[in-house]
Design a protein around this ligand. Structure first.
Ligand code: ZN
Ligand code: ZN
Length: 78
């Protein structure tokens, strides 16, 4: 029997701990940015988060989403 503790995120391509994410195919970081699920409080050690195992990868789409969020915040401030 395979014990599939880890999965590969469909979005950023990083390995992540399945139990740490609300979604089976997305790491907590991508699930939070795309779908608004609670994100992990990442603590990085040796290039990976000790909680969710995310390696800090961001896809172009995630970067794009983050840019839009930042722009919206800036507009609200004005
Ligand atoms: Zn991801
Ligand atoms: Zn994390």
């Amino acid at each position: 029997m395979k014990n599939e503790k880890y999965a590969i995120c469909n979005e950023c391509g990083s390995k992540f701990l399945k139990s740490s994410s609300a979604m089976e195919s997305l790491c907590p970081e991508c699930a939070s940015i795309i779908y608004g699920y609670p994100n992990c409080n990442h603590i990085f050690k040796n290039g990976r988060c000790i909680h969710c195992y995310w390696d800090g990868s961001r896809s172009d789409y995630i970067k794009h989403c983050l840019n839009i969020n930042n722009k919206e915040k800036n507009n609200v401030d004005k």
